[in-house]
Design a protein around this ligand. Structure first.
Ligand code: FAD
Ligand code: DHB
Length: 393
């Protein structure tokens, strides 16, 4: 079997793996990125859309933020819609003038792939890591399977940036990693539609029939979500039904229609929280969704993934270049403190905005929480801080 050596083997070309490769490359550390999907697939995969203030700055400082700055939509507030009435949370006024940037995850991925290809550093698409050996050796390795056959890639470290169903964490012997998990009783049905966004800011809506979220990608593309039951499938949701339900949930007393257009992408995502700890097993490290999942209501998933590698890259550089392990030793604990904060915030947003189908008491408490955000400046300020910048606090 062909065998290749590098300094860091990175599994997965999502936001975490690609940014890690880029940051290492800037410091002169070699890496190989292995991605099971094709380039077209990862560049078209529609997922998150909100980039926090500190993470947007970091992308720019890292030399991969220029298109985001030019094309991303800077938002200074969000709307919360309750009982047909809109309430604005003035994010920037409440949090030191800072704002979020709405820029699709697949655009971040495109920018990072372009930077990688321009650098000439190895990035293999359509190549699947089938096993990871980080247990018994100072030189961990992975087996990669592709149309060209199998090969072994070894390095000083292997980093699992391979998402929520990855091989990296599964390769760790049982009993070493602890997995904390919670399932929520809803899923999100998400669509991308060729429709000009009806509003300038995101709308998070709590309606007796369920949650709805109005987001966007550009002046001509809307991104909308509906909270649905976890057992529902896309077959049950015709275009007419999706638009009807979005219209009913998002209607206000003044405006009862939303702009519609051709639906060009759709999917259903179950909502869950997962934390895997620790995020290190010897020379194997985990970053991004490979180590943690948050429910999407707080818009934290991609931000957390990028924040992990912001810490991990200098830690790997210090170890490989200066034999200084201190940053790597601190990596897991430091990430997990932020991850649990993000789990707390995402759970808070989720439980406040998704009416429970039957638990009336729970619904009373949720509405009271939402009213606090609307009526108390202190509560709104705490929400704004976490929404705009949690991953850099
Ligand atoms: P990923 O982006 O998942 O990247 C992992 C990569 O590893 C993938 O490209 C995968 O193909 C590759 N891979 C996996 N196994 C292997 C292997 N064995 N060999 C080689 N490559 C492998 N977050 C939000 O904040 N808002 C949202 O609206 C939102 N929507 C989402 C919708 C869906 C369907 C999903 C799955 C996630 C969503 N998220 C959302 C979460 C957010 O997109 C993730 O947090 C983010 O993608 C994490 O980045 P990552 O690089 O850690 O993982
Ligand atoms: C988007 C996704 C989210 O999970 C969220 O909370 C806000 C916006 C989006 O895809 O635009």
């Amino acid at each position: 079997m062909e065998s290749v050596r590098t300094q860091v083997v990175i599994i997965g070309a999502g936001p975490a793996g690609l940014l890690l490769g880029h940051l290492l490359e800037r410091e002169g550390v070699d890496s190989v990125i292995v991605e099971t999907r094709s380039r077209e697939y990862v560049e078209q995969r529609v997922r998150a859309g909100v980039i926090e203030y500190g993470i947007a700055n970091f992308l720019e400082e890292s030399g991969v933020g220029s298109r985001m700055r030019a094309e991303g939509l800077v938002h200074h507030g969000i709307e919360i819609r309750l009982d047909g009435v809109s309430h604005r949370v003035a994010l920037s006024e409440l949090y030191d003038g800072h704002a979020i940037t709405v820029y699709g995850q697949q655009e971040v991925v495109k920018d990072l792939i372009a930077a990688r290809i321009a650098s000439g550093a190895p990035l293999y698409f359509d190549a699947t890591v089938t096993s990871v050996d980080a247990q018994t050796t100072d030189e961990p390795s992975v087996v990669v399977s592709s149309n060209d056959g199998d090969r072994v890639i070894s390095g000083g470290y292997v980093v699992g940036c391979d998402g929520s169903h990855g091989v990296a964490s599964a390769s760790v012997p049982s009993g070493v990693l602890r997995r904390y998990e919670r399932l929520y009783p809803f899923s999100w049905l998400g669509i991308l539609a060729e429709a000009p966004p009806a509003t300038e800011e995101l709308i998070y809506c709590r309606h007796p029939r369920g949650f709805a979220l109005y987001s966007m990608r550009s002046p001509t593309l809307s991104r909308l979500y509906l909270g649905v039951n976890p057992d529902e499938s896309l077959n049950e949701w015709s275009d007419e039904r999706i638009w009807e339900e979005l219209t009913v949930r998002l209607a206000t007393k003044q405006v009862v229609t939303i702009s519609q257009g051709a639906i060009i992408e759709r999917g259903i995502t179950p909502m869950r929280s997962v934390v895997v700890a620790p995020m290190r097993f010897g020379r194997l490290l985990l970053a991004g969704d490979a180590a943690h999942i948050v429910p999407p209501t707080g818009a934290k998933g991609m931000n957390l993934a990028l924040a992990d590698v912001r810490l991990l890259a200098p830690a790997l550089v210090a170890s490989l270049r200066d034999h200084d392990e201190r940053l790597l030793d601190a990596y897991s604990d430091e990430c997990l403190r932020r991850v649990w904060r993000a789990e707390e915030f995402s759970t808070y947003m989720t439980q406040m905005l998704h009416p429970h189908p039957s638990a009336e008491f729970e619904n009373g408490v949720q509405t009271a929480r939402l009213r606090q955000v609307i009526e108390s400046e202190d509560t709104a300020r705490a929400l704004a801080r976490n929404y705009v910048n949690l991953s850099s606090l």
